[in-house]
Design a protein around this ligand. Structure first.
Ligand code: ADP
Ligand code: ZN
Length: 748
């Protein structure tokens, strides 16, 4: 049925829906999920069709101006998902849609890439009357043109103009001259930008699964066959237990049944290695695997999106936002490393891709698998209470042993040396031993820079960021101080700007200092650093990984960039320089993060023939997260952490909502937050826990003073709605902003 009217939501958030009439010419092509351009006030605006209508009571209805793109950009199930997100995450629907559709598609600014093909000349054309004369003429007057013409005559099939010019070293002008003379023809063609075009993928086949793997795959294929009855599956498998192999085989089954699959991986694990594993397994299916990540150019993103939307791609592998991939017939959604906090988006809509994946699976009636070596407390709790199905892989493939974890007590080291060294004696001995055996070492520290603060030993002042309440980090390679939160940089003062004394000292250390210390201690070793500072060039990352793989690098120093998903059989030693960094953050997940990080980093050691060894340097050797990680005891750790969460009414027992009220004006922010708390007190029932207004741990960020209000409760949908309604009714001063974060991960 052709719609007479449509109800749309306009991109610019105004939280209202509007009706428009549909011109006859567009009626066949418009449907729910279509993108349209409509007149709005005195301008035109982009909008999404939410419903098609036969009638509308709205007054002053105007017609749609144009359709943007062809088939509806958003399927009905994705629209349903968007509505759920809007309600759950307390966020206007148009903001959700902004996340759901890449900008290139939403605005339809970028199109297909075109290129020109040089057509070979047929015999007939070539012998046409007059051509021979023209050529003779050309040979005398423009010999270069004639030469190019001869080259084109020799072509057997069409060739891209750019390629021809490159190969023959003629310029574009010469080519154009030939066209103008009517001697040759060019044809325009649409080409797909393929970021992996010049890579070769060698086909791989299914490996024979071990018993645990086979059981897991069986359960997943059962879920594929009857998704309505199946629960989400949590695949808990130690690092190297063969989870990815199971994903690959499960996807194969889904494809055989005519369904498609989405694989989410944390951005950081979306390495060439990972992509290659997927592309190679499905190498025989041309175009089958689409890859979505944040480094795609606008044009590449446009093409990948269309490849998925049109159904040519059957497998999508990507980071967080790939959960919205416009695939049809989705049969399987996999969320690898489901515990990763990067799945949480830290700007509106503040969604968690793992949770969105579970909801999408429910809407699309497909199977969903969450995999991890260190499941989040939320997911594991869901599994132990029967909401999810738990599958376990307890062994590494080939029965490799778990690495031996040694704890180094930095308090004792400090007693020996007065100041704690960056590398304890034990750790440096272990490195020396590896160097001798020609084995490799990874050193991990989750902090960039050289020194983490510049202090005055006379007056005690640190150099702080003028915009944020944190100390500036000293970076030696640029010889400047820099703020890791807002990017502010400053020159390094010679004297203390506060007291004028020549008494500045560098305190604390980051990866840059570790690198320099290690190079100093082991002058013969090849040491490289891998963090956001050293990997600014796109190629640097691949290059470093390649050199590490081929053994050109002996010691790799890095931040979380090296913690995840890399397989290097010759790495037999991992050193965690300071395990306490995460533990002391004011965050109820601090212990969980430490446990996960230690386990993940340790998983990098000993993947080959030789067993691995891990040194964990810490000031709190007896903290539970460190002790349980040391014994590879996930259930033990889970139990004690769960008790703590229950005692304190934290997730997974209660949902949390964090409201942040901020302003450049401290007093106004505080006052607004306090007023908001009073209103919330009136509107929230007693089943919810309402916290007081507190200054955020990070009181000042990018020039804004920040206050927190934490709400907790079990009925999250109701709590979300009440919070949103209360906020909407509260008039905030113009320079005060309140943000709502449902299931927050960032509590700073
Ligand atoms: P995970 O994803 O759990 O870390 P992977 O799937 O990456 O584990 O497996 C680790 C290594 O073991 C990979 O090199 C993989 O090819 C290999 N592997 C996985 N399953 C098997 C199997 N059944 N037989 C032999 N090798 C396997
Ligand atoms: Zn700053």
């Amino acid at each position: 049925m052709k719609p007479n009217y449509v109800r749309v939501i306009i991109d610019r958030a105004i939280q209202r829906e509007f009706d428009y009439s549909v011109p006859e010419t567009l009626a066949d092509r418009i449907d729910i999920g279509s993108r349209v351009r409509v007149p709005f006030r005195d301008k035109s605006a982009l909008a999404t069709v939410l419903a098609t209508l036969e009638q509308s009571d709205a007054k002053g209805i105007r017609p749609i101006e144009a359709l943007v793109g062809e088939a509806p950009a958003i399927s009905e199930s994705l629209l349903e998902l968007a509505k759920w997100m809007s309600a759950y995450y307390c966020c206007p629907l148009e903001t959700v849609i902004r996340s759901l559709l890449p900008q290139v598609i939403r605005r339809a600014e970028v199109g297909w890439k075109k290129r020109l093909l040089v057509q070979p000349l047929t015999k007939i054309e070539n012998s046409e009357a007059g051509v021979a004369d023209k050529i003779d003429n050309l040979r005398k007057r423009a010999p270069r043109q004639a030469e190019l013409f001869d080259a084109i005559v020799r072509l057997e099939k069409p060739m891209p103009a750019a390629e021809l010019l490159r190969k023959t070293s003629f310029d574009n002008q010469t080519l154009r001259a030939l066209v103008k003379r009517g001697l040759i023809k060019l044809r325009e063609e649409t080409v797909e930008r393929d970021p992996h075009a010049d890579e070769q993928f060698v086909a791989t086949t299914n490996l024979e699964l071990n018993a645990e793997q086979a059981l897991a795959l069986n359960k997943i294929t059962d879920a594929l066959a009857a998704p309505e009855r199946a629960k989400p599956i949590l695949l808990h498998g130690v690092t190297g237990s063969g989870k990815t192999e199971i994903y690959l085989q499960a996807i194969r089954v889904a494809l055989e049944r005519g369904r498609s699959a989405i694989v989410l991986v944390p951005e950081i694990s979306l390495t060439p290695q990972t992509v290659e594993r997927f592309k190679s397994r499905f190498a025989e299916m041309h175009e089958a695997v689409a890859v979505l990540h944040s480094h795609l150019s606008q044009g590449e993103r446009h093409d990948e999106w269309h490849k998925i939307h049109s159904g040519r791609a059957r497998i999508v592998i990507g980071a967080r936002s790939a959960v919205f991939a416009p695939l049809k017939d989705v049969g399987l959604i996999i969320v690898d490393e489901e515990h990763e906090t990067t799945y949480k988006q830290e700007e509106a809509p503040r969604y968690h891709a793992r949770d969105v994946a579970v909801v999408r699976a429910k809407i699309e009636k497909c199977a969903v698998v969450l995999g991890s070596a260190t499941p989040s407390l939320e997911s594991y709790h869901n599994a132990t209470t029967g909401k999810y199905e738990l599958l376990t892989l307890s062994q590494r493939v080939d029965d490799q042993r778990m690495p031996l974890m040694r704890i180094v007590d930095l308090r004792q080291e400090r007693r020996k040396e007065k100041i704690a060294p960056i590398l304890s004696e034990k750790l440096s001995q272990a490195i020396a031993d590896r160097l001798e055996k020609r084995e490799q070492t990874i050193l991990f520290l989750n902090r960039r820079g050289f020194s983490t603060s510049l202090l005055c030993s006379n007056c005690g002042e640190a150099r702080n960021c003028p915009n944020c309440s944190v100390a500036l980090t000293f970076h030696r390679h640029m010889a400047r101080l820099s703020c890791h939160l807002c990017g502010h940089t400053a020159a390094v003062p010679k004297k203390c700007p506060e007291c004028g004394k020549d008494s500045l000292i560098y305190a604390g250390f980051g990866t840059e200092k570790v690198e320099s210390t290690v190079s100093h201690l082991f002058p013969k070793a090849n040491v490289r650093r891998m963090d956001a500072d050293s990997m600014t060039r796109k190629e640097a990352y691949r290059e470093t990984l390649r050199n590490f793989r081929t053994g050109k690098i002996d010691i790799l120093v890095g931040t979380q960039m090296i913690a995840k998903g890399l397989h290097f059989p010759n790495v037999t030693l991992v050193g965690i320089i300071n395990a306490d960094l995460a533990l002391h953050l004011p965050d109820f997940r601090a212990g969980e993060r430490t446990f996960q990080l230690l386990t993940q980093v340790a998983g990098r050691a000993g993947r080959g023939e030789t067993a691995g060894e891990v040194f964990v340097q810490t000031y709190t050797p007896f903290s539970p997260s460190i002790q349980f990680a040391r014994h590879h005891d996930f259930p033990g750790y889970f139990q004690q952490e769960l008790e703590f969460r229950e005692r304190c009414d934290f997730p997974p027992f209660k949902h949390a909502i964090l409201i942040t009220v901020r302003s450049a004006h401290e007093g106004r922010a505080k006052l607004s937050a306090e007023t908001l708390v009073r209103r919330l007190k009136e509107s929230l029932g007693s089943e919810f826990i309402l916290g007081e207004t507190t200054p955020a741990p990070l009181e000042k960020l990018q020039g804004q003073f920040r206050f927190h209000i934490l709400l907790r409760g079990e009925a999250i949908m109701r709590l979300s709605r009440l919070a949103r309604e209360t906020l909407d009714k509260l008039p905030l001063p113009e320079d005060v902003i309140a943000t709502v974060d449902v299931d927050p991960y960032q509590l700073l």
